[in-house]
Design a protein around this ligand. Structure first.
Ligand code: ATP
Ligand code: MG
Length: 482
């Protein structure tokens, strides 16, 4: 399976080293700038609101004092009270003038009504709010009101609070936040670079180690301690992959060695027999006998090649069964007839038990699988015993076929490997009574056939019998393919 192409460089490479810190820097700056803007504007709004409250309270107090004031009396009665009002307010300027712009009272500082336009004052009085007034290098927040004295005279009260100190403080806050942002802009990329370096370091070490593993060192495993704990699952996954590759390589190696070995035996026999035949003059009958013997070896070679091609097809998933309805009971009866001669030679009884519904399968393949299992069973059953095939339906979806034969049990260590190509138990490697040995491909072929039919095959063996158990799915034939 090909993995999707992704261009990950193995090194701590330039673009990552620039991209990541840049992204971290930009996002941190944007975040901090938004935050500082929010802090500054909230702070300024808070100061303006506080000033407005202060200006209102001063105006209220002065209006009250004026309402008791009689212009015919001495002004000295009014001034101390106004001064008293102002004592608790610093940076505050007040101007009280009558309708003719005669100043009744004025604090030192900006000449408010003169420099602050009359129209603006009228707007301010109507809106009952405050306004910001920047004058020269100074900034003021202003409020104004009209008041009526006890003798019914109208007065204009203008009150201003200096914002200079507040603006200075706001500016200092702004500068402070700017410095913090700038420091973060330097520290964040450096921190990101350092983090990338720390993260990349063990990965680079791992890449170096992995690169050093080749087909000759597939037995090497990377210890978990080689990388920090957070990467141990990566190391585990790699080690597992290497183990799988190791076993595949090993199996391929064994497979090649086995196939060479299996083909060498008939070829050696053929060569030897031909050399002997050519060594002396022979009669026609003798040549005929040698040719018959050679024919057997050719057939053996041909069978090995056919079987290998069949397994290669299975490996490449090219084994596509031609599905037809198969009554397994009748196939077994036919196969029992086929093996009658062989079983009678050993006085072996072939018995079919149970019942199962028809399955969908490839007729030739199913016959081949049954034939391999029966020939094995006959070969390994002692004389005079019985081989039993039991058919059953174990659920609505599956049927079970058990081929059971008595005989010497197969050692447990062989069982998981029995379906591997060329695998034979040690005893089977020795020549049997007929002077031949099996090639060890039979069960591998059975397994491929069963799997091509989406079934499963297992083997059990004990003192009583050896049992090959096949589970076939009960396939439902698609109407179109009927
Ligand atoms: N019914 C059985 N009883 C006991 N051992 C068995 C039985 N069937 C198979 N085996 C063991 O499993 C091994 C593998 O069987 P398999 O059919 O793959 O190969 P083979 O019979 O030796 O050769 P081939 O079938 O290729 O001619 C056999 O060599 C034998 O040791
Ligand atoms: Mg066999």
């Amino acid at each position: 399976m090909l993995l999707p192409k992704t261009n990950y460089s193995s090194k701590f490479h330039f673009p990552t080293a620039i991209r990541m810190p840049l992204i971290a820097c930009l996002s941190t700056c944007a975040l901090l700038y938004t935050l500082s803007y929010f802090i500054e504007s909230s702070f300024e709004k808070y100061l303006i609101a506080q000033n407005a409250i202060e200006l209102h309270s001063v105006i209220d107090s002065v209006e009250r004092e004026l309402s008791y004031y009689d212009s015919n009396k001495e002004i000295s009665e009014l001034i101390p009270n106004i001064l008293l009002i102002l004592t608790s307010h610093s940076q505050l300027f007040i101007n009280i003038s009558d309708e003719n712009n005669n100043i009744l009272y004025k604090t030192r500082g900006p000449d408010l009504p003169q420099i602050f336009k009359k129209k603006n004052i009228d707007d301010l009085i109507v809106s009952d709010g405050t306004t910001i007034w920047d004058y020269g290098h100074s900034s003021y927040q202003i409020n104004a009101s009209r008041a009526i004295s006890a003798d019914n005279k109208k007065y204009l009260i203008t009150v201003a609070i200096s914002r200079n100190l507040q603006l200075e403080f706001t500016q200092r806050l702004h500068n402070g936040l700017l410095i913090i942002i700038m420091i973060c802009c330097i520290l964040v990329p450096l921190g990101t670079l350092f983090t990338i370096y720390l993260t990349q370091k063990p990965i680079n070490r791992l890449i170096k180690k992995i690169s050093s593993i080749n087909s000759k060192s597939l037995n090497e495993r990377i210890p978990r301690s080689f990388v920090p704990a957070k990467y141990s699952s990566l190391v585990d996954a790699f080690n597992e992959m290497i183990s799988r590759m190791d076993s595949i390589f090993q199996r391929q190696h064994d497979f090649t060695a086995d196939i060479a070995h299996e083909m060498r035996t008939p070829i050696t026999n053929l060569t030897t027999q031909t050399q002997i035949a050519l060594g002396n003059a022979r009669t026609t009958a003798e040549y005929k006998e040698i040719l018959y013997s050679n024919l057997e070896e050719f057939e053996r070679l041909s069978q090995i090649i056919t079987d290998m091609l069949f397994l290669a097809q299975a490996d490449n998933k090219q084994l596509v069964p031609q599905l037809v309805e198969i009554d397994l009971a009748s196939v077994y009866i036919t196969m029992f007839d086929y093996y009658e001669y062989l079983s009678e030679e050993k006085n072996i009884t072939l018995k079919l038990e149970g019942y199962c519904p028809s399955i969908l399968g490839d007729h030739l393949m199913i016959r081949r699988a049954i034939s391999n299992l029966l020939s094995n069973a006959i070969r390994h059953t002692p004389n005079g015993e019985t081989i039993t095939v039991t058919l059953s339906k174990i659920s609505n979806k599956r049927i079970k076929v058990v081929t059971s034969n008595p005989g010497k049990p197969i050692e447990a260590k062989h069982l998981p490997l029995l379906f591997d190509r060329f695998y034979r138990t040690d005893e089977s490697r020795q020549r049997n009574n007929e002077g031949t040995t099996g090639t060890g491909i039979g069960l591998a072929i059975v397994k491929s056939i069963v799997e091509a039919h989406k079934g499963e095959i297992t083997v059990e063996s004990d003192d009583k019998s050896t049992r090959f158990i096949i589970l076939f799915p009960l396939l439902i034939k698609n109407k179109k393919s009927q």
